[in-house]
Design a protein around this ligand. Structure first.
Ligand code: NAP
Length: 330
């Protein structure tokens, strides 16, 4: 990984290419109330299905399985990493009636209060709330350190861990490496963020990618995982079940290009004009959608998706080829 990171760095410093992402904004829904089988608190250590690293099939649901009027079984969800994205997800989770706890490196207690989330500055206290789900929303770069410091012994042995990292093979490898075998693992990537939701007016039609990396066969574990996925179905997301490896392959083609080109355009400080075309406005939107994300996030996409370097090289070559064609006509 170090050598890959190094070669990425070299390439970046030598290149003059482009590249581009999309992310969303929230709708609030009325709070529903039904109780998630509170036996979720009794998940004992159960037989587990082996990890499923070779899934290649892609299935896209048509969003019809859950309606926003269907009752929501509340889950106790502990968010670790309560920055930009953790807070963004919390707003919708709360609006659906789930019970939220949060912990982060920095003090986000006032944001938590505003959202109706219990903020716990001590990670041990968070784990002792015995959540059904631990939702990892930390940066790609910090996830390994966060996992290393988690007091797993304070959690129930059957806790479901969900991550939302934008790179999936990396997240899956670390979760399998650090989590005790009794814990369930669901790797996910909501293909949207606060900025892209703004223009979309909610999550409807936006893609939610997931890979059930390790879900125990017990009925309670299966239904807890389905309840979590139901949060996104209920908001109208297009649910895409896909292996982490396939996700990364596609993401290098879509997400990394989007972020790179958006950042290049951002560096040009483009301004709106009185004669904007639709195409130009799309570029301005793209710039806004991508430059609002932290550079840590972008850097994580580059270093921890094995396909990103090749994509950057292809962008470079395409740019050079275009320049050559232009200058050859002079
Ligand atoms: P980010 O810069 O990727 O992550 C910020 C979060 O990471 C904050 O909660 C921050 O905690 C935490 N963090 C950073 N360095 C840390 C460290 N050394 N130790 C512990 N925690 C640390 O920005 P983000 O937009 O919030 O994204 C969070 C995650 O969501 C990322 O994994 C990203 O890939 C994923 N995601 C983001 C989007 C999006 O649109 N932004 C979309 C899909 C998925 P503090 O705030 O407490 O410092």
């Amino acid at each position: 990984m170090i050598s890959q990171s190094h070669s990425h760095h070299l390439l970046l410093t030598q290149s003059s290419s482009f590249s581009f992402v999309f992310l969303p904004k929230l709708i609030t829904k009325p709070t529903h109330s039904l109780s998630f089988n509170s036996q979720s608190s009794m998940f004992p250590s159960l037989s587990l299905r082996p990890p499923n690293p070779t899934t290649t099939a892609v299935s896209v649901s048509d969003n019809n399985r859950l309606l926003s009027s269907d009752p929501v079984p509340p889950l106790r969800i502990a968010i670790i990493g309560f920055g930009n994205y953790g807070q963004f997800l919390a707003e919708t989770l709360i609006s659906q009636g789930h019970i939220l706890f949060a912990h982060s490196r920095s003090d986000h207690s006032s944001a938590a209060r505003r959202l109706g989330v219990s903020y716990l500055p001590d990670l041990h206290d968070l784990c002792e709330r015995h959540p059904d789900v631990v939702l990892l929303c930390t940066s790609i770069l910090s996830i390994e350190n966060v996992l290393k410091t988690l007091p797993f012994q304070r959690l129930r042995r059957s806790t479901l861990f969900v991550d939302v990292l934008s790179v999936k093979e990396f997240a899956k490898t670390l979760l399998l490496q650090y989590l005790p075998e009794d814990f369930d693992i669901l790797c996910t990537h909501p293909m949207f963020g606060p900025q892209s939701v703004n223009s979309n007016h909610g999550w409807g039609g936006l893609r939610f990618v997931y890979d059930k990396v390790r879900i125990g066969e017990d009925e309670l574990r299966v239904s807890r995982c389905e309840s979590f996925l139901g949060i996104f179905e209920r908001e109208g997301c297009k649910m895409v079940e896909m292996s982490c490896a396939d996700h990364d392959k596609f993401a290098a083609e879509s997400q990394f290009i989007t972020h790179t080109l958006g950042r290049v355009l951002g560096m040009l400080s483009l301004q709106s004009t009185p004669i904007n075309t639709k195409g130009y406005e799309a570029l301005l939107d793209l710039t806004e959608n991508t430059c609002g994300d932290s550079f840590d996030l972008y850097y994580g996409l580059f270093v921890y998706n094995n396909n990103s370097l090749e994509m950057l090289e292809r962008i470079d070559l395409a740019f050079e080829a275009l320049r050559k064609e232009l200058f050859s006509r002079l």
